[in-house]
Write a protein that binds this ligand. Structure first.
Ligand code: HEC
Ligand code: HEC
Length: 194
């Protein structure tokens, strides 16, 4: 009885992490070296240097792996990232994810907590730090980045079982308000143990 319950739980957890589970173990130090080619846009620690690129330092490794695989396979598209991801094999993706995930993000709110978008906090947190293994941080991302992604989910250019449904019901004003909340959070990113 107990064993059956554990087994089915295992199946559920495994299914949730499927894209990442297929990849080899990542080596963060190898990933750090490879990250030199990400630096001009995402910084070596994943603190983005251009407004259209997201901060990726401290994101869950499984989320980073999933997105890089999606860009490589064409299920998510972007003129810059689609080109970058085409040159990455599974081992490189796992290494890069291990490196960027191995960071701590600290947040500081600059607005009253009561303004946090209620519909988002269960998964993305009040301060934009993800509460789930497969959800990204939104803390400190630019308004333009968050706005662009929500509109991509809404118009079907980017798809995800949860986010497509949530974005489908959002007006431009609601998108803007949620984007501005998370963009207003100040963040600092640092390598773990360094
Ligand atoms: C020329 C600039 C540029 C370079 C170089 C670049 N990126 Fe990106 N990256 C972007 C932009 C712009 C986006 C946002 C794409 C979009 O709007 O969908 C992005 C998105 C991403 C995302 C999705 C993050 C999220 O929150 O969904 C990941 C992961 C990522 N990049 C990883 C990398 C890695 C790893 C490298 C190096 C191997 C790299 N990028 C190199 C510009 C760049
Ligand atoms: C039930 C959980 C859940 C809720 C609630 C939720 N999200 Fe998400 N969100 C996710 C997941 C999971 C992803 C990753 C999607 C993917 O893999 O492409 C995501 C992705 C995103 C992204 C893309 C970020 C990036 O780095 O590319 C944005 C922007 C976003 N959500 C905004 C919101 C906003 C705004 C709300 C509230 C209106 C919200 N989400 C509510 C789970 C959730």
């Amino acid at each position: 009885m107990m064993r059956a319950a554990l087994l089915s739980l295992g199946v559920v957890l495994h299914a949730g992490a499927l894209p990442a589970a297929e990849l080899p173990e990542g080596d963060p130090q190898a990933g750090r070296k490879q990250a030199g080619s990400c630096r001009t846009c995402h910084g070596i620690d994943g603190f983005a240097t251009i407004p259209i690129a997201p901060h990726i330092g401290g994101e869950p490794a499984s989320y980073i792996e999933h997105q890089l695989t999606a860009f490589r396979e064409g299920t998510r598209e972007h003129e810059m990232m689609s080109v970058v991801a085409k040159s990455l094999d599974d081992q490189k993706i796992a290494n890069l994810a291990a490196w960027f995930a191995n960071h701590d993000v600290t947040t500081t709110l600059t607005r009253d907590e009561a303004q946090a978008p209620e519909a988002c906090v269960a998964c993305h947190g009040v301060d934009g730090i993800s509460q789930l293994e497969d959800a990204p941080n939104l803390a400190g991302e630019t308004t333009i980045y968050i706005d662009t992604q929500l509109k991509a989910f809404r118009n079907g250019k980017r798809t995800h079982e949860i986010m497509s449904e949530i974005a489908a019901d959002m007006s431009d004003d609601e998108i803007r308000a949620a984007a501005e909340w998370y963009a207003s959070v100040k963040i600092a990113i640092s390598a773990k143990g360094g």
